[in-house]
Design a protein around this ligand. Structure first.
Ligand SMILES: [Zn+2]
Length: 337
């Protein structure tokens, strides 16, 4: 039996504004149109120009009777709700998210770890994927999050209720998770996520482990104040591989200046770029599949390349693009060269 959590601080509830607990499913089409435009501009390089038809839910067994229908974000970004077959990435890491959001499941014989929750309406699909892999969602011991944005934290409340898992986050993202808001957009209820109680927080290099699998939290703030990347080593055919599940370093909808999304955001991005400069994980995974070429690699894996996800150039290439994007946004938002 191997269960470990280290570096966890009980953490006092963070100050910060707890805004009203809105639900992203409740807002007008007019708001949605504006929001879609913002997200199209900011978030998703592969998103079509026009909002496509509402996605059709899977024919797979639905599981719980109250499967949540697609909400406005899933309607605007169909891939975020498009079901995908769960599959093993490498070692004991599985992808259990929809086509357009990276959600990772790490089963062990002593309990399981789940990283990210997607949108609220992704939770049922994630639970079904875990079942399809032959596991019981109630054996998920730890629920982790890369960052407190609705497309990665929205499903956590539902997943926590279904699994009974312990939710661990960074201190920096705790208030947004518990308050159900998007830090810096407290006045934008369409960006809210269902509030979820954080059971423990981890500091930088804190670890969480079960059944011989140990994940190390690497704080990479900027995209959010508590943006957390997770590093672990897995074994494939007797060889160890270092895997990095990276939070994000995109500017997306963030305000850098003036009136920053949160105090210190620019310095945080800078420190994250600096810190990650030497990182060259064997396997790079991300919560948006297009960041790491997840589906291209999956296709190569299906074609017989057992090590399709081993790609030591992928993370440095991604970060260099993110840094360029950040510098361009900084110039644009501050008006300074
Ligand atoms: Zn985000």
């Amino acid at each position: 039996m191997f269960i470990l959590i280290s570096g966890i601080a009980a953490g006092e509830r963070q100050g910060g504004i707890i805004c009203k607990k809105g639900n992203i499913l409740k807002h007008s089409n007019v708001m949605l149109a504006g929001l879609s435009a913002l997200l199209l501009a900011a978030c998703s390089p592969n998103t079509p120009e026009t909002a496509p038809a509402r996605p059709v839910p899977s024919d797979e067994p639905a599981g719980p009777a109250d499967v949540m229908p697609a909400g406005p974000f899933a309607a605007a970004f169909p891939a975020w709700y498009e079901p995908a077959e769960p599959f093993r990435v490498i070692g004991n890491i599985y992808h259990v998210g929809p086509k357009g959001l990276g959600i990772f499941f790490i089963p062990t014989e002593d309990g399981h770890i789940l990283i990210d929750g997607g949108l609220p309406e992704n939770a049922d699909g994630v639970l079904n994927s875990i079942r399809a892999l032959g596991h019981d969602p109630r054996d998920v011991k730890y629920l982790l999050n890369t960052h407190a944005h609705f497309d990665h934290s929205g499903g956590l409340a539902r997943l926590k209720a279904a699994t009974g898992a312990t939710l661990i986050s960074s201190e920096g993202d705790r208030s947004a998770l518990e308050g159900g808001f998007y830090l810096g957009f407290e006045d934008r209820p369409e960006f809210n996520a269902p509030p979820v109680k954080v059971d423990a927080t981890l500091g930088d290099r804190g670890t969480v482990g079960v059944g011989g699998t140990v994940l190390t939290a690497l704080l990479t703030p900027g995209h959010t104040r508590g943006c957390t990347s997770w590093r672990l080593t897995v074994e494939e055919a007797g060889t160890p591989y270092e895997v990095l599940i990276f939070c994000s370093a995109s500017v997306a909808a963030n305000r850098l200046a003036p009136d920053p999304q949160y105090d210190g955001i620019v310095a945080d991005y800078e420190s994250t770029f600096e810190r990650a400069r030497g990182w060259q994980p064997d396997v790079f995974l991300a919560n948006h599949p297009e960041f790491s070429g997840l589906w291209q690699k999956r296709a190569a894996q299906l074609d017989g390349d057992a090590l399709a996800f081993v790609d030591r150039d992928a993370f440095p290439a991604y970060m260099s693009k993110m840094e360029q994007g950040f510098r361009a946004q900084l110039v644009k938002q501050t008006g300074e060269e």
